[in-house]
Design a protein around this ligand. Structure first.
Ligand code: NMX
Ligand code: MLT
Length: 433
């Protein structure tokens, strides 16, 4: 059965569950909202619904119920490769099913048919000053393709709530297909003197991305691993939430994803992966190029904290243990680059940072998140332009947020519009005279 038909069956089966919950059990309480939560970024407020992934504070992420090792083991892989097809993961996120080889082929074919970005995207990127941040370029490229939206045409021609997910799926597929070429082009434009590499459409998404970046295997497997690991982190993280919020206005996938990428570009979110490398390079500079020892790192971590900055790559809004995405990338490093100098530095930070953060006494979670480990792998394979790292995160994150957008439309999730209060109202509620 074709992906769209599989999805249709699943959506038809799922809709009555959502309708019943909203209609018959809408008054059931999921929690209470405190003043601390209203002021403190709605941390822990339970007001979003997704079935695509779930984040347990201690266990970490599950994609459609599967832990990272389970998903990596179950999803089909290209012959001779260690990591699954990104296309297979897309199928899993959308449908909840591990695809067969034929189902993976269907996604590969759909992505190939839509892989080439329009020439005007290349032209727009070329006109931007070369020192523009790559995330600004990435978000602009996505936004300027909005005129391609099938959903926007569908809306203009007469909107139908029951089938609105279909043009959203078309938009999501067309976007997902083009993002690797756009990301690779931004890289080649900014750092390789505008020397794009033609795609090789005989390769899968991960393989073709590595090829267009101009980086040899096993970087193709790194790309597969990286995109899958970064794909989804339930719905409350800033990039997912922004995509959902923008999409809830019936904006199309182009507007919504561009918004999500703007959220990802913040240093408390996806940009932390570039900040980790920037911080480590700063330490090297201060040491006159010498490899920092654990004692040196100890000093620099404290210096960072005392100057009021955060330790990038550490802490999390939900997680309370080492991020399994960190663990997964560490496992890759232990296998492929155990003696790499930068990996040793990152490992040394891992040994001392949690104790320092505990002693510092502020961060609720002293353990590393995904960003603490991801840059070192990119660096090892020659991708040293660390301000590009968040674009890689963005290609991966698109898998999750676009899958969610398809389901948002399928289940008719409403316009997001929480209520705000004034400070005086909070004071009154708190009994402050
Ligand atoms: N270094 C220093 N202080 C920290 C850190 C850290 N890594 N993490 C949290 N804190 C501080 C935080 O700034 C806050 O201080 P204050 O009360 O002065 O405002 C206090 O600890 C309590 O924060 P938490 O409740 O533990 O964390 P919160 O949920 O507010 O924020 C992050 C979560 C991830 C934004 C925060 O841990 C952080 O800034 N980490 C460093 C940046 C980072 O790695 N971001 C990437 C997250 C993953 N991603 O890819 O998106
Ligand atoms: C993410 O992957 O989105 C980050 O870990 C942040 C989050 O989950 O809040």
């Amino acid at each position: 059965m074709a992906l769209k038909d599989v999805l249709k069956e699943k959506i038809d089966a799922h809709r009555p569950r959502t309708t019943r919950l909203a209609k018959e059990h809408g008054d059931v309480k999921l929690g209470e909202v405190t003043i601390a939560q209203a002021i403190g970024g709605a941390r822990g407020v339970r007001c979003l619904v997704t079935d695509i992934s779930y984040l347990d504070p201690n266990e970490g992420i599950r994609f459609r119920g599967m832990t990272i090792p389970e998903a990596m083991a179950a999803l089909p892989k290209p012959a001779g490769k260690d990591y699954p097809y990104v296309e297979a993961h897309w199928y899993l996120l959308l449908t909840g099913d591990v695809p067969t080889a034929a189902q993976v082929e269907e996604v590969i074919a759909a992505f190939k048919a839509n892989a080439k970005p329009p020439q005007y995207v290349i032209d727009v990127l070329r006109t931007m000053p070369r020192d523009t941040h790559p995330m600004t370029m990435f978000s602009t490229a996505i936004l300027c393709m909005q005129r391609e939206s099938k959903f926007a045409k569908f809306y203009a021609d007469g909107f139908n709530k029951m089938t609105a997910w279909e043009p959203t799926l078309d938009d999501a597929t067309e976007l997902m297909a083009k993002l690797p070429a756009i990301a690779a082009y931004i890289y080649r434009l900014k750092y390789k003197d505008d020397s794009p590499i033609e795609p090789n459409l005989d390769l899968d998404l991960g393989g073709n991305f590595a090829h267009m970046m101009g980086i040899d295997p096993p970087y193709d497997d790194v790309a597969r691993m990286y995109f899958i690991l970064h794909s989804d982190h339930e719905s409350g993280n800033a990039s997912a939430h922004t995509t959902h919020l923008v999409g809830s206005t019936l904006s199309d996938a182009y507007y919504a994803l561009s918004g999500g990428m703007n959220a990802l570009a913040g240093p408390l979110h996806g940009l932390a992966n570039q900040e980790v490398l920037r911080w480590i390079q700063g330490v090297y500079d201060k040491m006159g190029g010498k490899v920092p020892t654990k004692e040196d790192l100890h000093k620099f971590l404290w210096e960072t904290l005392k100057s009021g900055q955060v330790i990038p790559g550490y802490g999390h809004a939900v997680l309370r243990k080492t991020d399994p995405r960190y663990a997964s990338q560490r496992e890759y490093c232990l296998k492929h680059l155990p003696n790499d100098e930068l990996f040793q530095v990152v490992s040394n930070i891992y040994e001392i940072a949690p104790d320092i953060l505990r002693e510092h006494g502020k961060a609720k979670n002293p353990w590393p998140n995904v960003d603490a480990q991801s840059g070192v792998i990119q660096w090892y394979y020659g991708l040293k332009e660390y301000d590009f790292y968040t674009v890689l995160f963005g290609v991966g994150r698109a898998l999750g947020v676009l899958s969610n957008l398809v389901w948002d439309r399928a289940l008719g999730y409403a316009l997001e519009r929480p209520k705000s209060l004034t400070t005086a109202m909070l004071e009154e509620q708190a009994g402050i005279k």
